[in-house]
Design a binder for this molecule. Sequence first.
Ligand code: NAG
Ligand code: NAG
Ligand code: NAG
Ligand code: NAG
Length: 309
Amino acid sequence: MLAIIGASGKLGYATLSALLSLHLLPAEQVVCTTSSDSGATTLQILNQQGFHIRRADWDSDQATWERALEGCDRLFLISSSRIEKDFGDAAPGKGREADHFKALEAARKIGVQHVYYSSLAFANPSKSRVMKAHERTEEWLQASGMAHTIIREGLYNESWPLYLGHYNVPDDERTEVPVAGDSKISWTSIPDLGLANATILSSPSSEWAGKTVYLSQKQAHNLSEVAAMVSKGRGIEIKVKVVPREEHERYYVQERNMSEPMVSWWSKTYDALEDNECEIDDLTLEDLLARRGVKPKPLEETVAEMLKC
Ligand SMILES: *[C@@H]1O[C@H](CO)[C@@H](O)[C@H](O)[C@H]1NC(C)=O
Ligand SMILES: *[C@@H]1O[C@H](CO)[C@@H](O)[C@H](O)[C@H]1NC(C)=O
Ligand SMILES: *[C@@H]1O[C@H](CO)[C@@H](O)[C@H](O)[C@H]1NC(C)=O
Ligand SMILES: *[C@@H]1O[C@H](CO)[C@@H](O)[C@H](O)[C@H]1NC(C)=O
């Protein structure tokens, strides 16, 4: 039986939908954990086919996690979204990885055989602080003795506003957007990731055990190019301005009223971009999609659709 932790979130949901709609796994072989009533409601909508829904959240104790994962031999772990745990350079074991470790310890205890972990498509080690919890979780898995597959997910289609100076979709008033670095990023659409993930999860465990793969679209675009797509969508010209990281932090905290812990956690991501960490040369995603006759969705389409809403 396969457990999915985080199935009611956007990404887990895309994977679960692909698994069920393509009949890649029988529904009764899937357990989804959820942390909230609204998550349970979201899952229920998809649940004519009868997968199992169990409650556990990141604050639950290990015994609760053990009960939630009971009977499962494989686990798909989608990372915790509690980013505030990472703020202020969280010490090892104190950031979001603490959430993951609890679920993983429970999984190991009840005899889960194979963990698929959803990481992010930066280099490892990365200069971005966003990656710390992922790096620590990957290390835990490597030391755990459990079979595991690390899926470094391409930066999601709809996350471009975050990178493009926390752009306010659809009607940000700026024509010049300060960022602390720019380089190519292999943007990848969420439905494409969901389908690729589902294909991995429904393959024999031995096909993917011990592997680290990137799921990224081959076509990459830098932030200047994304700004050009936004310009086209809005009919006004928008440019990016690369500024030093300190200036970036000052601007977003003082002039855009964003929280300082969030901005300083985020800003080193641009150092990672300057090192070209997010231009990924890995054909796994496109190969997995091609098996199902699907072509990756271009970022231009994503940007245009998001500006229309
Ligand atoms: C794909 O799987 C990873 C976990 O390996 C998860 O983090 C990610 O959210 C999934 N993506 C989608 C679109 O379901
Ligand atoms: C972004 O990409 C365009 C098109 O490839 C290129 O002309 C431009 O120099 C790039 N800008 C940066 C900052 O990398
Ligand atoms: C930030 O806050 C100040 C003072 O409350 C306000 O005048 C300004 O418009 C705000 N700026 C943004 C971008 O929200
Ligand atoms: C981005 O991903 C979301 C979540 O799965 C999906 O609903 C949406 O259609 C995608 N957006 C675009 C514009 O591709």
